[in-house]
Design a protein around this ligand. Structure first.
Ligand code: MRU
Length: 348
């Protein structure tokens, strides 16, 4: 399994995703501040991986704290949570994970837990989120793998793979599972400008698994679809609103429109921690704007004229009407999503 992140006695060890695919190196985050920086700089990225990382960040905050009681730790705990929550705004998994730690801390505090107990329980909770994330990806894979064709091209955008989760992946988990079922899938990975998660990360991890993969520039998808080379699209999500609209890597919306035009099924695979029923629709999802330098420069070399205007939203919103199905670990949801999400949430 690709080692996206792992707990070690020194702290959390991350594979450095800014260096892949040519350099497989690791960084250790020894403090919660290190974890925050690792998330901000995209050493670790992908909604579920960000959530699990933040949970470990909170655990590290408690482990490194000199507070002697859960009461005296409380103000520091708030600062730790606020710092981690301020790293990236779109992936709801980040806030989901921090909220889960807040609920745990409230119950530990109410029970008069010692600081040692807080440290132990925080770490156990982060480990539980890690394990649950992999289990969710495997369950999504089993359900979603059935939906892919027995043979053909599957297009994906960005990296929703093992590297974007604790392991196995959401969209790439669906593809992995289809391949494990014996399906003959050829993956087309959009390069995913400007950060190139598709060209660098999706291509790397699928090649590690020996899954046939072709990288295409983002502007090639339409002509490949027209040529009959794409039989399905599967992508991940950073936040799914109550009506089924979802935010994912910038360019996902384009792919969804193209898929609809060509009559190709378009699937979104995400764990329940990505679903945010408190956000009514896609317009209410906060979209992160990242540094202009990601667009103006490539490999340290400037591509654009000095002073030109630059726009760099990291995500876009795909309206629910383009989504053939949402694949979660609890089941495969179909439109109308407001109803199917509500029903599935009630089932628990
Ligand atoms: O900016 P990133 O690389 O964190 O964006 C990642 C994506 O958009 C993924 O598709 C999404 O988080 C789903 S990951 C399973």
């Amino acid at each position: 399994m690709i080692p996206t992140l792992a707990w070690t006695p020194e702290g959390v060890r991350f594979i450095d995703q800014t260096k892949l695919p040519l350099d497989e190196s690791y960084v250790i985050a020894a403090t919660y501040e290190d974890v925050a920086v690792v998330i901000e700089t995209m050493v670790v990225r992908g909604a579920p991986a960000i959530g699990v990382s933040a949970a470990y960040g909170v655990a590290l905050g408690a482990i490194r704290s000199t507070a002697e009681s859960s009461e005296s730790f409380a103000p520091e705990f708030e600062r730790i949570c606020a710092r981690l929550a301020g790293t990236r705004p779109t992936a709801v998994n980040l806030f989901w994970a921090i909220d889960r730690m807040k609920v745990l801390f409230a119950s530990l505090r109410a029970g008069g837990a010692s600081m040692d107990e807080v440290r132990e329980r925080f770490l156990a909770e982060a480990h539980a989120m890690y394990d649950e994330d992999i289990a969710s990806c495997k369950a999504m894979g089993a359900l979603g793998g059935e939906l892919l064709p027995d043979e053909g091209g599957v297009l994906t955008h960005c990296n929703a793979g093992a590297l974007a989760t604790a392991g196995y992946g959401t969209a790439l988990g669906v593809i992995r599972s289809a391949v494990e079922m014996g399906k003959k899938i050829h993956v087309y990975a959009d390069e995913t400008r400007p950060f190139l998660q598709g060209a660098r990360l999706t291509a790397w991890e699928l090649m590690e698994d020996g899954i046939p993969t072709t990288v295409i520039c983002d502007n090639m998808a339409a002509s490949l679809m027209k040529a009959g080379r794409i039989q399905a699209v599967v992508v991940g999500a950073d936040r799914i609103a109550a009506n089924g609209d979802f935010a994912n890597k910038i360019g996902t919306y384009n792919v969804a429109i193209l898929a609809k035009e060509h009559g190709i099924p378009f699937y979104c695979a995400a764990p329940w921690s990505t679903i945010d029923t408190a956000t009514p629709d896609g317009d209410a999802i906060p979209i992160e704007e990242r540094s202009a330098k990601e667009v103006t420069h490539h490999g340290g070399k400037q591509l654009t004229p000095h002073g030109v205007g630059i726009c760099n939203p990291a995500f876009d919103v795909t309206p629910a009407k383009y989504v053939t199905a949402i694949i979660t670990e609890k089941g495969v949801l179909r439109a109308p999503y407001a109803e199917s999400l509500r029903e599935m949430e009630l089932v628990g």
